[in-house]
Design a protein around this ligand. Structure first.
Ligand code: ZN
Length: 192
């Protein structure tokens, strides 16, 4: 990781397609046999995101998780693009435009949560979709329940939210808050 980027930008230009409705998460015609997923590790570089127990930085944790998720998807024959593969600053609009350019069939933003250091008891998994996004909320429930089946974590529910990257993308898009960096239980999983 970091030396050979997983992100592969196509050498052929992709023909332009009509701009989708802002905030729309409607269905799109699937290209047969080609599944393209964009994985979006939150924050990066000078933006560390949340800082948790022991000084663990969200940006590092979510990059590790994103690279691992990408490897798993690639082994399953999915084409994966990452919005970043190392510690660098990426604005929100380019994260969305990458997903549009490669015509992703899904967009998954990966984050880690935080609350006051004085609340190490607050833990659990939250998964977000854009308000009113039918396919986005389906994807959110699927991912959320799959994680809960394999990890012992508190269910903090699937929720709608107006986060930029899930609101501006036209494909089903979710944002996963993988656990609390400030929680003494979640930090064990996030560290590993
Ligand atoms: Zn974050």
């Amino acid at each position: 990781p970091g030396q050979r980027p997983i992100a592969r930008i196509p050498s052929r230009p992709i023909p332009p397609r009509p701009l989708s409705r802002p905030g729309g998460n409607g269905p799109r015609p699937a290209v047969r046999g080609k599944r393209v997923i964009v994985i979006d590790p939150g924050h990066g570089g000078p933006d560390p995101g949340a800082i948790g127990i022991g000084g663990v930085r969200e940006t590092n944790v979510v990059l590790d998780i994103s690279l691992e998720v990408s490897r798993i998807l690639q082994r399953q024959g999915v084409t994966v693009y990452l919005t970043r593969t190392d510690e660098r600053d990426v604005d929100l609009p380019p994260r969305v435009s990458l997903a549009e350019r490669v015509r992703a069939s899904a967009f998954v933003s990966i984050h880690a949560n935080a609350i006051s250091m004085s609340r190490p008891d607050v833990n659990g998994l939250e998964t977000y979709h854009a308000p009113g996004a039918r396919l986005g909320s389906r994807l959110a429930r699927t991912v959320h329940n799959t994680i809960l089946r394999s990890l012992r974590m508190r269910d903090r529910r699937v929720r709608p939210a107006r986060f930029y990257v899930i609101r501006k993308t036209s494909m089903p898009a979710i944002l996963v808050e993988t656990g609390f960096l400030t929680c003494r239980e979640d930090i064990v999983n996030l560290r590993s």
